[in-house]
Design a protein around this ligand. Structure first.
Ligand SMILES: Cc1cc2nc3c(=O)[nH]c(=O)nc-3n(C[C@H](O)[C@H](O)[C@H](O)COP(=O)(O)O)c2cc1C
Length: 319
């Protein structure tokens, strides 16, 4: 069973992708990258591309097949697998006809996939179930498959749903039953046990984990263990602290002083559920100096570890 880091804008930078690969993810997706941005030489868009990282899927968004073709020429040596975003429901993306707006036009999806496939690259598509009025995921997936896509990943929610309600894994099951392409299942996979259940229920070839990996990159390792019938390894406080430190250092190296802001969402997630972490979270979010932040969080972990060594078993999670 393949388990991968699902694309996440604003989250899947190089540091996080590297960490998830280290923790057992089979593949990682980039954030969605604009083909228009790549074509116009936008530095931010190029920065999101992998350098020579292996096992990294580049996710692109846009709606003009020719733009996709040109963008691919510009980044041909950076990856061997491109994923088309037909899933993003964010209004500012959809209103330009990008992301989930593509679900309204299966023929266009097919054309984009075709033009990319002809360039000899692996192409996949990420979709939603469709719009409330027309849950046409089977049609869109069929069009993508006809165009040459080898894998369709589906987040089992409609565009209007955003992230509300719960993900319907049945959509992935239907894709698997009705089409010959490989299928990825996404949505509400927050624990390693969810990942195994999703795979077993749908028969999917790939399980995509998004929010469940933030502050919990150990989830990939745990999926590997559980899916082979083993017990997941306990994530000790020491390991949690070490990964926190490593991730923070790499984020600062990647983004410079701005890294401390980018790291905030991970910081909160690394401390989530730990005893008495509320105050340290509030304080840590105000800190502007990275050395001070490191000391503060490390002192907090040291305190927890010494409590634990004093016989109080707390704060461990399975991962
Ligand atoms: C912060 C955030 C950013 C996301 N960005 C993207 C994106 O760039 N491209 C994409 O296809 N999906 C994106 N998604 C959707 C996820 O890949 C995934 O399909 C969705 O979150 C459901 O999975 P989960 O319940 O495991 O989080 C994003 C989700 C989140 C939470």
């Amino acid at each position: 069973m393949k388990v991968v880091l699902s694309p996440m804008a604003g989250i899947n930078d190089k540091s996080f992708r590297r960490l998830c690969l280290l923790m057992g993810a089979d593949m990682v997706f980039t954030e969605m990258i604009s083909v228009n941005g790549l074509i116009s030489g936008n530095k931010k868009s190029f920065k999101m591309l992998p350098e020579s990282e292996k096992r990294t899927v580049v996710q692109l968004f846009g709606n003009d097949p020719e733009y996709f073709s040109c963008a691919l020429d510009l980044m041909r040596d950076r990856t061997n697998w491109v994923d088309l975003n037909a899933a993003c429901p964010v209004p500012k993306v959809v209103k330009h006809g990008y992301g989930a707006a593509l679900m309204r036009d299966p023929f266009l999806v097919r054309r984009i996939v075709e033009i990319l496939s002809k360039k000899g690259i692996k192409v996949s598509v990420k979709i939603r179930m469709g719009w409330e009025k027309e849950k046409n995921f089977l049609d869109v997936a069929r069009a993508a498959s006809d165009g040459g896509a080898f894998l369709i990943s589906i987040h089992g929610r409609t565009v209007e749903q955003g992230y509300s309600g719960s993900a319907d894994w049945n959509s992935a099951k239907l894709l698997k039953e009705n089409l010959k392409v490989k299928v990825g299942v996404s949505g509400d996979i927050f624990t390693a046990y969810d990942a195994v259940r999703a795979q077993e229920f749908t028969g999917a070839d790939m399980v995509l984990i998004a929010r469940g990996a933030i502050g919990n990159p150990w989830i990939f390792r745990a999926v590997k263990k559980i899916s082979t019938g083993k017990e997941p390894t306990i994530v000790t406080l020491e390991e949690r602290r070490d990964i926190f430190n490593r991730h923070l250092v790499e984020t600062m190296e990647e983004h410079g002083i701005h890294g401390i802001i980018i790291f905030r969402k991970f910081l909160i997630a690394y401390l989530k559920g730990l005893p008495n972490s509320h105050d340290v979270k509030i304080e840590a979010l105000q800190v502007k100096d990275v050395n001070f932040l490191r000391k503060m969080v490390n002192d907090y972990f040291d305190q927890l570890i010494s409590c634990e060594q004093g016989g109080v078993k707390r704060g461990n999670v399975k991962g």
